[in-house]
Design a protein around this ligand. Sequence first.
Ligand code: SF4
Length: 255
Amino acid sequence: MVVAARAEADPVALDRRPLRIAGAQGGPRALRALQARMVECRACPRLVAWREEAARVKVRRFRSETYWARPVPGFGDPRARLVLIGLAPAAHGGNRTGRMFTGDRSGDFLYAALHRAGFASQPTSLRPGDGLRLQDAFIVAPCRCAPPANMPRPDELRRCSTWLDGEMALLPRTRVVLALGGVGWDAVLQHFARRGIAIPRPRPRFGHGAVAHLSGAPVLLGSYHVSQQNTNTGKLTPSMLDSILSLARDLVQER
Ligand code: SF4
């Protein structure tokens, strides 16, 4: 698999010494190699500054920890049929631990649900090396660096799509993509379009429980994001996410 380089930025043009990937879960060599390059990416100056500032300032409860403060690669089972896509690492969650949805409340909510649905080996995700493994599921994001106010800019999402395309291309068994939130939903549609998949007009709209069947593409399924803003207010409850994951399971087995 060759990842196409983009003229406007050079995230994949970097080819430095590979790093050990925090929380890597086996996987084909090509995926590990891609992720080793991803974690070296510094293509977005604003996000590089933010992720490193968060690691320097920290928050009180994590002041003794050394933050990851790099792009966060995808996590899970490289043979997954279900791919989940969120938004971006949290400044003191994934940006601290180096693993998707690890070490924050959003992750607590998500992995508990994935465990109930049989996609995760345990309900908690504390840190790399905590024993968590995903089964038939893999988690990616449209933006790999923690953004200010959890809001990546369009140019940053465009730049980072190189890494999304690269990881998605290395997950050949994908049958269902579950978008956690509208940004992830749009990123998947754009990813499909770059793969030459026809996107109908009007474009399929994001919603909780929305399903888009596009010719030649994995099924796209929508859920509200597992942010505390949603889970603390009851906009997204555990039973709502359980229902979505149950539907995802059915769709994975249907195709
Ligand atoms: S957001 Fe993506 S493209 Fe930008 S610096 Fe981070 S990994 Fe690189």
